[in-house]
Design a protein around this ligand. Structure first.
Ligand code: SF4
Length: 392
């Protein structure tokens, strides 16, 4: 099994540094709430896509020149649906073209039902040191309702197998607002997380995107779904439970034990450089947002012609950058440093927006001192109000 020899120690001399995301858009089946660009039942298309990904990695390396990766993330879709040989080949190509320091986070998203001992061992040997496990709920009936394919026992077993194979950094995704979910079912999920000693957790509220199976179910039987107040109560309850088991909230939807906050996602929230490889992948690089095509046919054609399949590129003005830094940075508990805003955008909101700052503080929505600003718990619930005031 492959073990890279190119996980070099971090080079401080190399200035070019970014997080790398690799997208695998294939899935076993479509989940009932999913409106992502995902391809269920399309395993025939995986080999050509995997080959194109490797070519895109090389094309990107030509474009960026030598670079150190601050983190690596294989997401989807369902990367654990992809045969190991393709995951391994992509890892080898990345390691051959970029510096990937040993101590940096290398995450792969997995579905619980795919995790077996040999699979976990293989991805560990490839160099992944963090897993994001799509559990959503430990309740078999609820999981089935939302179109997930694992049972409670499989989800528990997946975590234990990963831990036995050396993964100390396993993150679990949970959802709130599911039909039939109660505080009791959520408390049971958290009791399991405590037992399993999970160091990182993401909690997302269900969103009912149009044209999904769950949206149709909602239209037919809205009473089966929690209303807005119940939804908020469940989300608050989950947040309290997380803190009770020692997971500190460090971002609106994310909780971690000390030292386990996600390096990769923090690059997104702080709008540091990141490059997305693969179908519909997004990048922020050297001050511009970029997006790859979301047509699989077009993606393969562009790569075949040795072209990076970027179909949108927008250089951000200082004003746009300021807006985005607020939008993403305020999600973080540590808040935003004024010096960082000033350095990157030239704006000093603490002086230019002083009245709004005072109003928001008086309303109990933000805290600030002369160095940084952040949201209170109430402000976290009312983020849109805060943004409206600060971006006005
Ligand atoms: S595994 Fe993820 S991407 Fe695939 S169908 Fe389910 S939610 Fe969508």
């Amino acid at each position: 099994m492959y073990r890279s020899r190119r996980f070099w120690p971090c080079s401080n001399t190399m200035k070019n540094k970014f997080a790398l995301y690799v997208h695998w858009p294939f899935c076993h089946a479509r989940c009932a709430y999913c409106d992502f660009r995902a391809f269920p039942y399309q395993e025939k298309r995986i080999p050509a896509y995997a080959d194109a990904l490797q070519k895109e990695i090389r094309l990107r390396r030509n474009e960026t020149g030598e670079a150190v990766l601050s983190s690596l993330y294989f997401g989807g879709g369902t990367p654990s649906y992809i045969p190991l040989e393709y995951l391994s080949a992509a890892m080898q190509t990345i390691a051959a073209h970029f510096v990937l320091p040993k101590d940096r986070e290398k995450t792969i998203e997995l579905n619980p039902e795919d995790v077996t001992g040999p699979f976990a061992r293989a991805i560990y040997r490839m160099g992944f040191n963090r897993v994001s496990l799509g559990v959503q709920t430990f309740h078999t009936g609820l999981a089935e309702y939302i179109g997930r394919r694992h049972t409670k026992e499989q989800a528990i077993q997946a975590v234990q197998t990963l831990q036995e194979e050396g993964f100390t950094n396993v993150s679990v995704d949970l959802m709130t607002g599911l039909p039939g979910q109660t505080k009791r079912t959520i408390a049971e999920d958290f009791a399991l997380l405590r037992e399993l000693n999970i160091p990182h957790l993401s909690v997302y509220a269900l969103t009912l995107a149009e044209h999904t199976r769950m949206h149709r179910q909602f239209m037919e039987k809205p009473a089966d779904f929690p209303d807005e107040d119940e939804e908020r109560a469940l989300a608050h309850f989950a947040a309290q439970e997380a803190e009770k088991i020692g997971l500190q909230r460090y971002e609106i939807s994310n909780y971690a034990k000390e030292g386990y906050a996600s390096q990769h996602n923090t690059s997104y929230w702080k709008l540091k450089d990141y490059i997305g490889i693969g179908l519909s992948a997004a990048s922020y690089y050297r001050g511009s947002h970029e997006k790859n095509t979301d047509s699989l046919r077009e993606y393969l054609q562009w790569i075949d012609r040795h072209r990076i399949p970027v179909i949108e590129r927008e250089k951000l003005s200082n004003e746009q950058l300021y807006t985005e830094l607020l939008l993403t940075g305020l999600r973080l508990k540590e808040g935003i440093r004024f010096s960082e805003l000033r350095r990157r955008t030239g704006f000093s909101p603490e002086t230019e927006k002083k009245e709004a700052f005072v109003r928001l503080r008086e309303g109990g929505l933000i805290t600030f001192d002369d160095r940084r600003m952040g949201l209170t718990a109430r402000g976290t619930d009312l983020l849109d109000t805060v943004l409206l005031e600060l971006l006005d």
